[in-house]
Design a protein around this ligand. Structure first.
Ligand code: NDP
Ligand code: 8X3
Length: 252
């Protein structure tokens, strides 16, 4: 049987990179995307050496025209995308809402909400037409309840929940499945980006707890994708064992 195709946004790091490896290992060919062309190329080479076919598309999900061009560039043999993993995203800052940075807000809203919507709008029509496919959005526990300083980031992840639920309703007449995965603390580059490269502050986020890894979330995404076709894993909250909720964390 031909290998299925997964398109993963933000495959250059963390959860997206974990998904790339997990889906490759699980028999998928991959369309990997991100802005970092160097990292995309390294991952592509690594996976190709393992016999996986990989198409690397470098673009910024905030740039709708660039996203459209990249999707238009996908060759015919790659167009029947089975799984779209909308993972590209980030948090910026942890300031109180009344002191937040406008540029940080724009970057989170433009990436986490508008970028995810752009990719959905570009890829899902093909799935609806083929009457098969799976959209896996990476939301967050942060979308369930706001936490101190989380304001706009939490709002973007609440939006991911609403957008995911909305899509599930809109494709309910098809065999397209829609999943929202909501991780808790996952040790990736996420906190370095959030704190603008302050590694000490970033490390402190995972102090005294064994956090999740990108691979843990990739396993959950792959599980959802592998469920029998009549089974739709609608939403999954995945927490580290010592994290009870967005704000309750037991640290040693
Ligand atoms: P990383 O910083 O390790 O990875 C983020 C990925 O997103 C990178 O591959 C980056 O690629 C990509 N990305 C960011 N901005 C853009 C953009 N404008 N255009 C294209 N790609 C972009 O963080 P994580 O792996 O942790 O984050 C992945 C997702 O998981 C995010 O949506 C995040 O909100 C979510 N999440 C993370 C949690 C955590 O604790 N780490 C918990 C819950 C959810 P590049 O730089 O090459 O563009
Ligand atoms: C990432 C998890 O709790 O740092 O979405 O916001 S958290």
């Amino acid at each position: 049987m031909a290998r299925k195709i997964a398109l993963i946004t933000g495959a250059t790091s963390g959860i997206g990179e974990g998904c790339a490896r997990r889906f490759a290992q699980g028999g998928y060919n991959l369309i990997i995307t991100g802005r970092n062309t160097g990292k995309l190329e390294i991952l592509k080479q690594e996976l190709e050496e393992e016999g996986v076919q990989v198409l690397a598309l470098a673009f910024d999900v905030r740039n709708r025209e660039a996203a459209r061009k990249a999707v238009d560039y996908i060759p015919e043999t790659w167009r029947n995308i089975d799984v779209l993993i909308n993972n590209a995203g980030l948090a910026r800052g942890l300031e109180p809402e009344y002191e937040g940075d406008f540029d940080d807000w724009d970057q989170m809203i433009d990436t986490n909400i508008k970028g995810l919507l752009t990719m959905t709008r570009l890829i899902v029509p093909g799935m609806v037409e083929r009457n098969r496919g799976h959209v896996i959005n990476i939301g967050s526990v942060a979308g369930d309840a706001a936490y101190a300083g989380g304001n706009v980031y939490c709002a973007t992840k609440s939006a991911v929940k609403a957008i995911t639920d909305g899509l599930r309703i809109d494709v309910a007449h098809t065999r397209v499945r829609v999943t929202n995965i909501k991780p808790g603390l996952v040790e990736t580059n996420f906190s370095n980006i959030r704190f603008h490269g302050d590694t000490q502050r970033a490390d402190n986020v995972y102090r005294g707890i064994e956090p999740l890894t990108g691979d843990d979330i990739a396993d959950v995404a792959f599980y959802a994708a592998c469920a029998p076709e009549h089974v739709q894993i609608a939403e999954v909250l995945v927490l580290a064992t010592h994290q009870a909720s967005g704000t309750v964390i037991h640290r040693d």
